[in-house]
Design a protein. Structure first.
Length: 216
């Protein structure tokens, strides 16, 4: 298995140890991909003495195989950024999954994204000219992180860093094309699921995330 993390907070602290160049750096913010990236971002931002917040994302999972994403949505300045893996979408439709089924997934996730935007504090940021460090608990396909990158770029971020404890080689490589820096502590030869690299990987609730954001 290689590298493992006790929980998300420890993973965030270890991420910060690998990013000393950003410690107390002006015009720099740490944003966690909600929900799972928020505890890591909070821990990393605390260690780096940087402000922190969240970016809202939703994975568009293939019906029946929800862990595999054909795209993702992200919230940016009152609007929804949409990212679709067109070759994968065309492939799964060829396997018999209808356009209507995929549209239903997107409608559901869009509604959930808008709900969270109404309820979560600190999700609209002035990122003009700033360095933005995007943090998640891990990358399988990288779809949600790529959507988050588009969201913060559209909000004016000058430099974008993707920071994760663990990533598949495919996700890390694809992100390298759209980010200024990809900081991944572990890129295993075999990648199954993000949770396999944590001792404790409980699902987070809205209340838990909002409590951390209220203290940001």
């Amino acid at each position: 298995m290689g590298m493992r993390f006790r929980d998300r907070a420890e993973a965030g602290q270890r991420l910060a140890e690998g990013l000393p160049q950003f410690r107390e750096r002006p015009h720099t913010v740490v944003l966690g991909l909600a929900r799972g990236g928020v505890p890591l971002a909070a821990a990393a931002a605390s260690a780096l003495y940087l402000p922190f917040g969240a970016v809202l994302v939703r994975k568009l999972g293939i019906p029946g195989r929800s862990e595999t994403a054909f795209g993702a949505l992200a919230w940016s300045q009152g609007d929804v950024v949409r990212l679709i893996n067109r070759p994968l979408k065309d492939h799964i439709q060829a396997l018999g999954i209808s356009e209507a089924a995929l549209e239903a997934v997107e409608a559901h996730e869009r509604a959930e994204l808008v709900r969270r935007a109404r309820e979560y504090p600190g999700v609209d940021h002035d990122l003009r000219g700033k360095t933005t460090i995007l943090v998640d608990d891990g990358l399988a396909t990288g779809a949600t992180m790529r959507a988050a990158v588009e969201a913060v770029r559209s909000a004016g971020a000058r430099t974008v860093v993707a920071a994760v404890p663990v990533a598949s080689l495919e996700a890390a490589t694809s992100l390298g094309r759209v980010c200024d820096l990809v900081h991944a502590l572990h890129i295993p030869g075999k990648f199954n699921a993000v949770g396999a690299f944590y001792e404790h990987f409980e699902q987070l609730t809205d209340a838990e995330v909002m409590k951390q954001l209220e203290g940001a």
